[in-house]
Design a protein around this ligand. Structure first.
Ligand SMILES: C[S@@+](CC[C@H](N)C(=O)[O-])C[C@H]1O[C@@H](n2cnc3c(N)ncnc32)[C@H](O)[C@@H]1O
Length: 354
């Protein structure tokens, strides 16, 4: 017997004693193999010794049921069926969307659409509200309109008024209160003038206004926003009470997309806005922050403009900067496609460039 054999004998002999005498049915913990162990055979033999199992736990009926009901992945068959049907429906719908998208893109490329598509509103005026109601609700545009229009004060002009979707949010009549910065101010509208290029749209706005505010006088004009005159000769109760030269607030929502020269229009609006405290309030839609969204807007733009009278791929930020008006506030939502601006005439020039 050499030295290694001698070392092995006591280790192997001790092993079963500890294992059998340990209380309960727990398997004994095998000793840690020593890194210096000279003989790997001895360690192997220890690990091979099985712990005696005194009794085996019987599975409960619930555990048995689970084992039979669930396949290996643990998802019940009903859930699997539901997921399968959902995946099939979604992929069919995506396929349908993609097919319609490519068809529309191909069609759009063959169209020769003029830059000025504003006449489309003469035919869509009657269904305009119904057409946009759902998408505006989904995008929460009602609140954005209200937050913007609430800021209108003094002599107010709304251009591209359409079907008067902003009407419920005007505060008509002046009152003393605090402005957004907490300063004492005169709030509310002293006079309101509504302008749109489409006669059909102006009729709808006028009807709605008279139902909502029967006692408040207002002016309605069929007119190009780029040529609107200052509010000279505003009448109150049939009397020419005042002839202000400027509007205190100009409101426009979703209008820049529809006009042939939006930069020139904004410049003109700047020239009829009170130079010191006057504001132009815009809520517009146009290009997104994201290239992939802009690609979709660009691809479908001619077809959309031809049908709805609106170029939805315009860069509203570029239009505003080119107009030379001063930006008081800029905000964007919906992947950057909804733009809100508060503007004022360029300060120090007396009048904005026209
Ligand atoms: C998309 S609709 C928006 C209507 C409304 N402002 C709204 O927020 O629902 C665009 C409106 O701009 C009007 N419009 C287009 N070009 C115009 C112009 N040069 N001057 C005045 N109105 C114009 C159209 O007749 C149409 O009513």
């Amino acid at each position: 017997m050499n030295v290694n054999q001698l070392r092995r004998v006591p280790l192997v002999a001790k092993w079963p004693v500890t294992s059998c005498r340990s209380a309960s049915n727990k398997a004994p913990r095998p000793p840690k193999p020593s890194p210096q162990s000279p003989n790997p055979v001895a360690i192997k033999r220890r690990q091979a010794t099985p712990a005696r199992q005194h009794y085996q736990e019987r599975p409960t009926p619930q555990a048995q049921a689970e084992t039979t009901a669930k396949p290996g992945h643990g998802i019940p068959p009903r859930v699997l069926t539901f997921l399968g049907i959902s995946a099939l429906t979604i992929s069919t719908y995506c396929g349908y969307l993609y097919a319609s998208y490519t068809r529309e893109v191909n069609k759009a490329q063959t169209l020769n659409v003029p830059r000025d598509v504003s006449d489309r509103y003469n035919t869509t005026a009657a269904t305009f509200d119904a057409d946009v109601e759902l998408s505006e609700k989904a995008m929460g545009l009602g609140k954005k309109r209200r937050d913007l229009v609430h800021q209108a004060r003094g002599h107010v002009l709304e251009v591209s008024c359409g079907t008067g979707r902003n009407l419920p949010f005007y505060e008509l009549g002046e009152r003393r209160g605090l402005d957004v910065d907490g300063h004492a101010a005169v709030l509310g509208c002293r006079s309101v003038t509504f302008v749109d290029l489409s006669p059909q749209m102006v009729v709808i706005t006028k009807d709605k206004f008279e139902k909502l505010y029967p006692a408040f006088p207002a002016v309605f004009r069929v007119c190009d926003a780029g040529a609107v005159a200052p509010p000279a000769g505003i009448e109150r109760s049939g009397v020419k009470a005042e002839s202000p030269v400027y509007f205190d607030t100009i409101v426009q929502t979703m209008g820049l997309c529809s006009m042939p020269d939006p930069v020139a229009t904004l410049r003109h609006l700047g020239s009829v806005t009170e130079p010191g405290s006057g504001r132009i309030l815009l809520l517009e839609h146009g290009r997104s922050y994201y290239d992939w969204v802009n690609r979709i807007l660009d691809n479908l733009a001619p077809a959309h403009a031809d049908r709805h009278g609106c170029w939805w791929n315009r860069d509203i930020g570029d239009i505003v900067r080119e107009s030379g008006l001063e930006i008081v506030e800029e905000k964007r939502w919906h992947l950057g496609t909804t733009w809100r601006y508060i503007l004022r005439p360029k300060q120090g020039t007396g009048k904005s460039q026209s």
